[in-house]
Design a binder for this molecule. Sequence first.
Ligand SMILES: [Zn+2]
Length: 101
Amino acid sequence: MSLFCGIMAGMTSAVPPPPVSPCPSVPACERCLALAADPRRREPPSCLALRNTAPVVSQSSSGVPYSMLTFCCRDCGTVWRLYDRANELFVSWVPEHPLVR
Ligand SMILES: [Zn+2]
């Protein structure tokens, strides 16, 4: 019986897929547009809130390790991913959806 319970507990630890952004058609705010124009800056704009505190660490197809953090804008709801590759001076900010002007 205890073995069975352990298996059930292991199954419930599966992470559900992240929810889809509710309003993808909201126009991007000024700070997000500025970030899109300068996606290599390391400092996040003040409107971005860190979504997942633990960075996702993975490898690119060419074998370069990188870490990724997810941010969400408090003003316009744009979701940003911050990619930080090993041995690279600059980071890159990638919006989850194309920005709406
Ligand atoms: Zn914004």
